[in-house]
Design a protein around this ligand. Structure first.
Ligand code: HEC
Ligand code: HEC
Ligand code: HEC
Ligand code: HEC
Ligand code: HEC
Ligand code: HEC
Length: 500
């Protein structure tokens, strides 16, 4: 027996008889040691940088698995080389004899190694899942690409909601889908072939009822919410003008109060469908409402509509949360909005003459800067020149710093992204928004119209220059437009574009 054993291959490890196996051993051990160090670091320090998580749970395990595969290939190659030289009576596979203490030891070691590797893989997969689902991974890894969305997200009401809760939602099928589209995105970043700006609306966004409604369910809303805006005119005095109104959010559940108001659209018994005429869904010539409880179906069309639902059946959309709340978290403020807030809160001193107009022009003038840093610098340069002989340099310095901050939070020239590329469908002042349908010119065949009545959606409680605007009239006021008479058919957004 003994002599025969000696002629059979198996003395010494097949792993170390060729370079493939040796490389495998080196990669696996190196990878393991590195990962163990990083995991210890993860436990004690906690990761804050997205690259570290990716390295530990995605890249290094790749080395370990690659190493293991090379080890397998090394053994296989070794066998092939020796096959011819091996006597026929030698067993094809290694013999394990549990009475042999050497074999027992080897078996225990190999099994322990396998169990450890399994545990390690389970932990690693769990962490790699966590890492790829993290806000850091989605928002900060491909820094430049996601910078606009990540920055605006951090300043939004949803800053503590993870990206994946809106973009992927629960369940395995969307998880897998997101990983596939993620792989394409990695490719697009690697080859620098991603679009700038990222086009909106997002075509294959998961339906809102499976994401938003996990936290806000449509039956929940009721009542009205107060809205207070303080605006400043673009005149020398930056004249303030404020408006306070009740927005009739309404609700859809009779258990909590009357059904109606704006969220009436979301009543489960109603279905509103529409066909957009353009990719950005800013023009809506055809709307159909189906009221299941009344058994009523009505089609509203804008004057001169040529879109035929029969020809456009696959572009019919059912209205959901995103059709109004398309900017719940990636909110890009226009110069007008951002400066109004800065002036209101005195972060920019309203006593500086013409500051709203000049700051807005500085922002818009730097919109096409080669980089954000350069844009921020240009803003300062322009404004400082404008106010070089103003008597209070300290006020100017603060106004400059604040305007730069507005640029940093809302303008992303590398991605060609700012408020201009991101329509917001709530309201109707800067974008058509509600007036895409409620413009007073969508009719049924029997001349029923989708209401443009100013009190349908809100009641104005007070308006005007301060301090008179603090008096509140609960009966509701007629709107007084500070910019003069508005003709019937003009939309607010035709004049109010977000910047002078
Ligand atoms: C509260 C829900 C919510 C969260 C949280 C959220 N998003 Fe979004 N995101 C949206 C919606 C809704 C849209 C679709 C806008 C559209 O179609 O017009 C969107 C669009 C986008 C777009 C397309 C470009 C754009 O500006 O519309 C990108 C990129 C994006 N999100 C990335 C992220 C990243 C990265 C995070 C986490 C840092 C994140 N999102 C977190 C709701 C969310
Ligand atoms: C994981 C839970 C969660 C998800 C998912 C979520 N939200 Fe929210 N949302 C919140 C919380 C919490 C707040 C309250 C934030 C606050 O008041 O500070 C909020 C606030 C809001 C508000 C009020 C914002 C404001 O200015 O006060 C709107 C509108 C809103 N969400 C819409 C959406 C839409 C649309 C989606 C889907 C794209 C969505 N939410 C997804 C948790 C969520
Ligand atoms: C027809 C447009 C429209 C649709 C559809 C719609 N909303 Fe709203 N929602 C509004 C308006 C307008 C407000 C008032 C707040 C404002 O003006 O920003 C509002 C307010 C809210 C608020 C804040 C409530 C409060 O009391 O402050 C939340 C949260 C919200 N909506 C979530 C949703 C969710 C979730 C859906 C989908 C189930 C949805 N909305 C569908 C228009 C809409
Ligand atoms: C896709 C078209 C569309 C858009 C966009 C839209 N609506 Fe409507 N809305 C309708 C239709 C259709 C009706 C019902 C008309 C009818 O009575 O047949 C309606 C009805 C309403 C009503 C009356 C509900 C009641 O109590 O009778 C309110 C309030 C309302 N919408 C508010 C809004 C607000 C606010 C927005 C913007 C945030 C908005 N809508 C955006 C189509 C739209
Ligand atoms: C279909 C619903 C709807 C109709 C009809 C409507 N509004 Fe509004 N309006 C809104 C909503 C929603 C907002 C709040 C937007 C926001 O959250 O900033 C708003 C905001 C406003 C504001 C405040 C703008 C700001 O930025 O301070 C004014 C002023 C206003 N509406 C005037 C009018 C006038 C005048 C009419 C009649 C011609 C009218 N609205 C008709 C839904 C409507
Ligand atoms: C024909 C153009 C035009 C139309 C249409 C128009 N506005 Fe204006 N609006 C102006 C001008 C001009 C001013 C003064 C702007 C300034 O001094 O900066 C103004 C001022 C305002 C202000 C005061 C804040 C500010 O920016 O000065 C509000 C609020 C406002 N408009 C709301 C509306 C609403 C709501 C609608 C639609 C119902 C509307 N406007 C339609 C031209 C228009």
């Amino acid at each position: 027996m003994k002599e025969k054993g000696n002629q059979c291959p198996g003395k010494g490890s097949a792993l170390f008889r060729n370079w493939i196996g040796i490389l495998g051993v080196v990669l696996t051990t190196g990878g393991l040691v590195a990962v163990l160090c990083m995991i210890a670091f993860d436990f004690f320090a906690g990761f804050s940088h997205p690259y570290l998580g990716v390295l530990t749970y995605l890249v290094l395990p790749g080395f370990i698995w690659g190493g293991l595969m090379l080890m397998g290939a090394g053994i296989w190659y070794d066998r092939r080389l020796r096959k011819k030289a091996t006597p026929a009576e030698c067993p094809a596979l290694p013999l394990i004899d549990l009475n042999n203490p050497q074999h027992r030891r080897n078996l225990i070691m190999v099994s322990a190694g396998a169990v450890l590797l399994l545990l390690f893989t389970a932990f690693g997969s769990y962490r790699s899942y966590q890492v790829t689902e993290s806000v850091q991974f989605c928002g900060a890894l491909c820094h430049t690409v996601m910078q606009p969305e990540y920055t605006t997200y951090q300043n939004s009401p949803h800053a503590r909601v993870r990206c994946t809760e809106c973009h992927i939602g629960p369940g395995a099928s969307w998880f897998v889908r997101s990983k596939f589209s993620g792989m394409y995105q990695v490719y697009a970043v690697a080859t620098n072939s991603f679009p700038r700006p990222i086009p909106v609306p997002v075509k294959n966004l998961r339906p809102a009822r499976e994401t938003c409604e996990e936290c806000h369910w449509p039956e929940k809303f009721h009542g009205a919410t107060e809205l207070f805006h303080k605006h400043h005119a673009t005149d020398e005095a930056n004249t303030p003008w404020s408006i306070r109104m009740l927005i009739k959010v309404g609700g859809a559940n009779p258990i909590h109060g009357p059904v109606g108001g704006i969220h009436w659209h979301m009543i489960v018994a109603n279905k509103i469908e529409y066909i957009p005429a353009d990719d950005s869904r800013q023009t809506i010539p055809w709307v159909r409402i189906t009221n299941r409880s009344e058994g009523r179906v009505a089609v509203y069309e804008s004057e001169g509509n040529k879109l035929k639902p029969e020809e456009k059946a696959d572009s019919i959309r059912v209205l959901d949360c995103i059709d109004c709340h398309n900017r719940p978290t990636h909110i890009f403020q226009s110069p007008d909005q951002a400066l109004d807030i800065a002036l209101w809160l005195n972060r920019i001193d309203p006593s500086i003459p013409d500051i709203k107009m000049k700051a807005a022009k500085a922002l818009v003038g730097s919109i096409a800067a080669p980089s954000q840093d350069e844009g921020i610098r240009q803003v300062a340069e322009t404004l400082q020149k404008e106010y070089s002989d103003f008597e209070y340099p300290q006020k100017v310095r603060q106004a400059v710093a604040e305007t730069q901050e507005i640029y940093r939070n809302n303008f992303f020239p590398e991605m060609k992204t700012s408020w201009k590329e991101r329509p917001d469908n709530i309201g109707h002042r800067m974008w058509p928004g509600c007036f895409r349908c409620h413009d007073g010119s969508h009719f049924t065949k029997d001349s029923h119209v989708i209401s443009k009545e100013c009190n349908a959606c809100h009641t104005i409680l007070s308006q005007g220059h301060e301090p008179a605007s603090n008096a509140v009239d609960l009966a509701g006021l007629e709107f007084e437009h500070p910019g003069g008479e508005i003709s019937e058919g003009t939309l607010c957004s035709e004049c109010h574009t977000g910047a002078p």
